[in-house]
Design a protein around this ligand. Sequence first.
Ligand code: FAD
Length: 652
Amino acid sequence: MSDERDRILGMGAKITRRDFLNGVAITAGAAMIPPEMWAAAAADLEPQNAAGYYPPAKTGLRGSHPGSFETMHQVRDGAFWDASAKAIDSGESYDLVVVGGGISGLTAAHYFRKAAGDKARVLILDNHDDFGGHAKRNEFRADNAFRLGFGGTYSIESPAPYSAVAKGLIEELGIDVPSYPKYVSKDLYRSLGLKPHIFFDKETFGSDKLVVNPARVGGDESGINAVSGEAELRAFLKDAPLSDKAKQDFQRLFTDKKDYFPGLSSDEKKARLARISYAKYLTDVVGVSDEVVKIFQSMPHPLFGFGIDAVPAQDAWGLDFPGFGGLNLDPSPGMGMNRDAIRSEAAEKYFFHFPDGNASIARLLVRKLNPAAIPGNSVTDIVLAKADYSKLDAASSPVRIRLNSTVVKVKHNGDPASAKNVDVTYAIGKTLKTVRAANCILACWHVVIPYIAPELPDAQKEALASAQKVPLLYNNVLLRNWTSFQKLGVNSVYCPSMYHAYVNLDLPVSMGGYECAKKPDEPIVVHMMKAACKPGHPSREQHKLGRIELYTTTFETYERNIREQLARMLGPGGFDPARDILEITVNRWPHGYAYEYNSLYDQFWLDGGETPCQVARKPFGRIAIANADADAYAYTDCAIDQGYRAVQELKQ
Ligand SMILES: Cc1cc2nc3c(=O)[nH]c(=O)nc-3n(C[C@H](O)[C@H](O)[C@H](O)COP(=O)(O)OP(=O)(O)OC[C@H]3O[C@@H](n4cnc5c(N)ncnc54)[C@H](O)[C@@H]3O)c2cc1C
């Protein structure tokens, strides 16, 4: 990249705390941990108790931020124990220690107290500098404007209806899901003439061009779904930089009523579709040109974290992707369908978005567990309430949340079948400490558990290790204004072959005194998502390679990609990246969504029978296992259900 291009992009601009540590070395260990953490640990202080400690306001490299993952990677690589000091016995003991302060861990703490009483002593340990797990809050300030963004979990939504337990918790927290329309400015973008678009890039399609999106695709987070009508299709075919053959193929996909599997029953057709990818279905069965396949390649990124090369055609049918109009398939789900691909009208209506996404759920849970840490008492005042991190681990609170603390060992004192307690050892900075717990819930990522709980049976450890997380990048960019979006008539953009597959204006929600951007000349948060995948490989391999990519990419590279993509897409609308980008927060989630089973790669999912997650979540002695991984379903309701189940499985 030339210096001149960098200057035009504004790479030198003073936007944000840059990530000088860069997070490049996956196994570099101690050298990566921020200096303030060493200082705090050396003084035997928890970093979260330092004056001014307030992670939601940090910009730069967030999500799995530097300092959060190095210890666990050292444990994984076998380099940790030889280099570490002896653990200090803290003398602390608890009725329950929860490993992982995401929604599952916070839920577990909540239900444990319901069962054991308000005086029960609970400690929650998390390796990040903030609580909430994936449900993280990003704050931005520009002149007089205050803006919120979701750093991970976007909303209450799930392909299947929430269970009675999950719905019960949402209601207990005071969230009135049906009241959502009161808070969203549903018609704001439409009233300004904005529509979802597709961005064709010159490297793949011959020219950079924004064209109105004629296909309802996943990923529109700003509140307007594309309309797939005849007029939209005609407009698209006129403007898209595609060959005549590709245009004919594209149209045929949406309109053709051909049965590509004559003579097969609906079930036989579904069985076939379950065993080929949508990409292969398009090329080998429907016979469309490569150009068309390229348009659809990244469409499922927000759902699965990979493209159509790894999405079974049966799932593509369930998700309403085009090309199945003539197959006359019975609408019921087929064997091996992914749970995301099974539609439920009731579930689709159950939607609620806080301005910081489901970080508000995490914050409401924390307020219930430790009211002194987050002021206020209503579901809407949570939006602007400022958490006092120094109170999260107060000795006076029955529930304590200790951040920056990576659990490295969980071990029963004696025979797991009869032991009365477990010792939980965690690293905070350079210090290792042990606490004692009558019960322990592992609400952390399942791939971590075999390393920290070596007592578990081998078959269970193998099942836990198979829960490969889906690597994702959720970038929030604060813009000075969104006049370029207005000039171009765009609210969201699907970019089949750019660095980020989806770019969305913030979903306009105002609540509890918080006001979203309503006028194009006001600052706004733009959300840019990327699935780090490697097309052509099996799903788990794609996730593994993508995870390495996310850990080894520098903030500078992330920033350049953000600036370059916005400049190319919005330049014709007057966007100047050097002038218009005010802040950047890169939310890097190498361990993102829970892995969901896929009929192309997981034979057991087609055959039926016990699944790896059912083996993985079995209780062992005084340890129970939660997290969304425990039901292989990447949604908040799953995290809640599994936290609840884990509590029921604890020994008395
Ligand atoms: C980018 C993104 C967007 C999402 N959007 C949605 C959405 O819109 N709606 C939805 O329903 N779901 C969404 N999800 C799914 C989300 O994962 C779940 O909704 C839910 O928040 C998961 O909660 P959890 O507690 O099971 O796991 P997590 O949130 O991952 O929490 C587990 C915690 O354990 C910690 N941990 C791991 N190892 C250790 C250790 N050794 N010691 C201490 N702590 C440890 C982790 O760092 C983490 O903080 C999204 C996920 C991602 C990544």
